[in-house]
Design a protein around this ligand. Structure first.
Ligand code: NDP
Length: 327
């Protein structure tokens, strides 16, 4: 038996969430069984658990799009028992039972060996949000971004992706401007490395197709009008990564930044990201993460606290990253 969060749907379509013991025999098919040591709550998990977004594709479902732990049983010679692993995405917690549980059985191809630098708790302090932030930074670098090109902008800076993006970009030597709706988080964001704090209100109302050009690069988690305004304020040949929809799924923009300033908009999908890029992202994270700054992002909770924390995350009341202790 192991403890798990379980989402069920009744015949009348109502969703319920239980936390309790589950028998090993109910684990799905897979060639590797992992003892999950730490899990986390991402934005997508919060949508799944609260039922506020159509994330779960089949019920009953153990949510949790990521986990870190130790291999217990394996049919794969290259992933022997005892290997420390991390999993992000691949539909886990959506189509396949996920990480908010003491045990997970998955395809070995989905696992990445955890770099020596990290404990399993630190891996989940980074989690899918932080790995996505790293994918965003790597995408900006592929577009030729360097600190000499100019300042960079991070939206949703107090959230999971935003906090890690601020830390990584500052560590790489960029002048980082952090956009937040929570001015009370200024000290937190400056301690992560932000050089400027900008109010979210300056980006939330529709602007002009082209604004004064400020930013050489940007990491956007908001979408909607925020992303349109970010694109409008990019320097010539600047690059923006779009990874989220914390504000809106819509993209009410014009093509002006793209055709008149050569701006590039790069989409980021962490779920189906090819394995070599994942391995590179975790390698770079190990190189660039400051353990003290990472710990400053963490709120630690127990499995029993998950439903309440999921609602708080979607209401914008959680800062940084939530790690979940697995008994
Ligand atoms: P969080 O909830 O931790 O952070 C989101 C942040 O966005 C909030 O903390 C807040 O920051 C800001 N925000 C909230 N509402 C608005 C709004 N209306 N307008 C502008 N900003 C807002 O979530 P994550 O950081 O984990 O995820 C962020 C987004 O990225 C989500 O949409 C998530 O689904 C997506 N994502 C996508 C991935 C991918 O593969 N493409 C992978 C991981 C996440 P503040 O208070 O500082 O303004």
């Amino acid at each position: 038996m192991f403890d798990a969060v379980m989402i069920e749907k009744s015949a009348d379509g109502a969703q319920t969430v239980h936390i309790g013991p589950v028998e090993d025999a109910r684990l799905p098919d897979g060639d590797v069984t992992v003892r999950v040591e730490w899990s986390t709550l991402n934005y997508k998990d919060a949508l799944a658990i609260t039922g506020r977004g159509p994330i779960v594709r089949q019920f009953p479902m153990v949510p949790g799009i990521d986990f870190a732990g130790v291999v217990e049983l394996s049919a794969r010679a290259d992933i022997p028992p005892g290997t420390r692993v991390v999993l992000n995405g691949w539909g886990v917690g959506e189509r396949w039972w996920g990480g908010l549980a003491g045990r997970a059985r998955v395809k070995g191809d989905w696992l990445v060996q955890l770099p020596e630098a990290f404990t399993t708790r630190q891996a989940m302090a980074i989690g899918t949000a932080g790995y996505t932030a790293m994918l965003c930074v790597m995408a900006l670098e592929r577009q030729g971004l360097t600190p000499e090109r100019g300042p960079v902008l991070v939206t949703g800076a107090s959230g999971g992706v935003g906090s890690v993006a601020v830390m990584l970009l500052a560590r790489l030597g960029y002048h980082v401007a952090a956009v937040t709706g929570r001015p009370e988080e200024e000290d937190y964001l400056r301690a992560l490395g932000a050089a400027e704090i900008l109010p979210r209100s300056g980006f939330s109302t529709p602007g002009r197709p082209l604004e004064k050009a400020y930013w050489a690069g940007a990491v956007d988690v908001a979408g909607g009008v925020v992303l349109a305004n970010v694109c409008a304020a990019m320097l010539p040949n600047g690059a923006v990564t779009a990874c989220g929809l914390a504000a809106d799924m819509a993209f009410p923009a014009t093509v002006a930044p793209f055709i008149l300033r050569g701006v590039t908009l790069v989409g980021i999908d962490s779920v189906m990201c090819p394995r070599p890029q994942r391995i590179e992202a975790w390698r770079r994270l190990a190189e660039l993460t400051d353990p003290t700054r990472l710990e400053s992002m963490v709120t630690e909770i127990a499995l029993a606290d998950v439903p309440q924390a999921a609602a708080a995350l979607l209401d914008g009341r959680m800062r940084g990253r939530i790690v979940v202790r697995i008994p």
